[in-house]
Design a protein around this ligand. Structure first.
Ligand code: GLY
Ligand code: MN
Ligand code: MN
Length: 461
């Protein structure tokens, strides 16, 4: 945990942005994997961590805005549990550790909420993303799971997004710790990318590195020679000379801050000419995007800038044609990059996405596009100092997408299908770094992971 004062201050700031009623926070519970006592890896809810820092199962909290009181709910365990789990700190100690004055047994939660509802008090809650908490919220407030997203407190979501979007000094230090692990994960994988190794052998090692550092992966690793599948979690392919290994993986620290990097590495250490050409286009897009990030600029503009760099590069290779500005405006480039440039990152690798992507990534000034590709951009709004986000352009040759668009005669003026056919089987390239927006521009976080063609080839020798 950070110091008690950090959590007290965060709650003070949250209260300043909310008017009245009760604010309910549900922590997470263990989730069964295949029978009740064999559970998925434990992960606390990120908002619970942010405001209370309590990394324990089966807790809830209420901030009473009208009476300016704070309450933690949880049950102390008995001897039966202590035999299996070891000694546990009490709910009183948990409340004390994050500066909350009042603590109660869990059963009191229902009573407090029932009493608030009978007096028609406003109860702010967040949209639950786990089935267990959806059922619990229905029991506590009588709001059916299907209605919870709609009835969640927009006022609360907006107040939290405003706070969590700007990373504090201690959060940046924690993210930097994660970056050290990320560097080791990626450089180790690059060195292991030799013909004759299975993807899963490398996947096992990099997950081990994350665990050895006291945390875990920040999301299931994407490590594949079939990088044209954007979120490919299959690790059963044998690597051959000529393959590209796309590894998109991150570490989560013991304090639950995540990292997210992608490198695309030639198996055996040397890119082919064709691979170099596509790689350089993606790299140019990534470097130019990073150069363009500064407070006030929008991620939507920078996404479009990166898309134009990719489209121009592909035009030079004869894969695209026509007016590049028009091609990007209409979304033709999305055949090669059908995803957004990046997203916020912090306690969640896609930070705060549980509360609704549009609340995190868009605002009154920047609205989400409805064009295929650009519509998938998770973060569109203007940067502010303290934002941490990913910059991850890519270029992919997805046979099913190529076939469908060709059949539909889509963007015939911008895409040279004859030439694109020759790239089926190429795979995909993505390059991803994490940046911190500063007063004037941005800074790439962590120790540099080899990225240019020369750096990658030299590193792999
Ligand atoms: N979690 C995959 C990515 O956003 O890069
Ligand atoms: Mn990633
Ligand atoms: Mn990412």
């Amino acid at each position: 945990m950070f110091s008690k004062e950090v959590y007290i201050q965060r709650r003070i700031k949250l209260k300043e942005n909310l008017k009245e009623g009760l604010v309910l926070f549900l922590g997470n519970t263990d989730v069964p994997m295949n029978y009740p006592s064999n559970t998925y890896q434990w992960r606390q809810d990120s908002n619970f961590l942010y405001f209370f820092g309590l990394d324990y199962q089966d807790m809830a909290a209420i901030i009473d805005l009208d009476n300016d009181t704070e309450h933690i709910y949880g049950d102390d365990v008995g001897l039966g549990d202590i035999i299996w789990m070891g000694p546990q700190i009490t709910t009183a100690e948990k409340a004390e550790s994050c500066g909350v004055q009042h603590h109660h047994p869990y059963s009191k939660l229902q009573e407090t909420l029932a009493s608030a509802m009978s007096s028609n008090r406003k109860i702010h809650f967040l949209p639950p993303y786990r089935a267990e908490n959806k059922i619990l919220l229905d029991q506590l407030l009588g709001v059916k799971p299907a209605d919870q997203k709609q009835r969640a407190s927009v006022e609360l979501i907006k107040a939290i997004v405003e706070l969590r979007s700007i990373k504090e000094e201690q959060e940046i230090a924690e993210l930097e710790k994660g970056m050290e692990t990320a560097w080791l994960m990626h450089t180790t994988a690059m060195k292991m990318a030799k013909p004759g190794i299975y993807e899963q052998e490398i996947a096992g090692v990099i997950e081990g590195i994350a665990i050895s550092a006291g945390g875990k992966l920040s999301f299931p690793a994407i490590l594949t020679t079939r990088g044209e599948t954007l979120h490919n979690h299959y690790h059963g392919n044998l690597m051959k000379k000529g393959d590209l290994m796309l590894m998109d993986a991150g570490a989560e620290t013991s304090m639950h801050y995540g990292t997210d990097h992608t490198r695309t590495t030639p198996v055996g250490g040397k890119f082919s000419t064709r691979q170099k050409e596509i790689y350089q286009i993606v790299l140019d897009a990534q470097v130019k995007a990073i150069e363009a990030i500064k407070p006030g600029e929008t991620n939507l503009n920078v996404h479009l800038l990166a898309s134009k760099v990719i489209a121009s590069g592909l035009k030079e290779l004869g894969l695209m044609k026509g007016d590049i500005n028009e091609a990007v405006k209409q979304g033709a480039h999305a055949m090669f990059m059908p995803h957004g440039l990046g997203h916020m990152m912090g306690l969640d690798v896609h930070d705060m996405e549980d509360m609704g992507e549009d609340y995190v990534g868009y605002d009154e000034k920047v609205k989400r596009s409805d064009i295929f590709g650009t519509a998938f951009l998770r973060l569109g709004r203007a940067y502010q100092p303290g934002f941490v986000l990913t910059v991850e352009p890519g270029c992919y040759f997805i046979p099913a997408l190529i076939d469908q668009w060709r059949e539909q005669g889509k963007f015939k003026d911008f895409i040279n299908y004859e030439k694109v056919e020759q790239y089926k089987g190429f795979g995909g390239i993505r390059i991803e770094d994490d940046v911190l927006v500063t007063g004037k521009g941005c800074k790439i976080m962590g120790k540099p992971i080899p990225k240019t063609i020369d750096e990658v080839e030299a590193f792999m020798q």
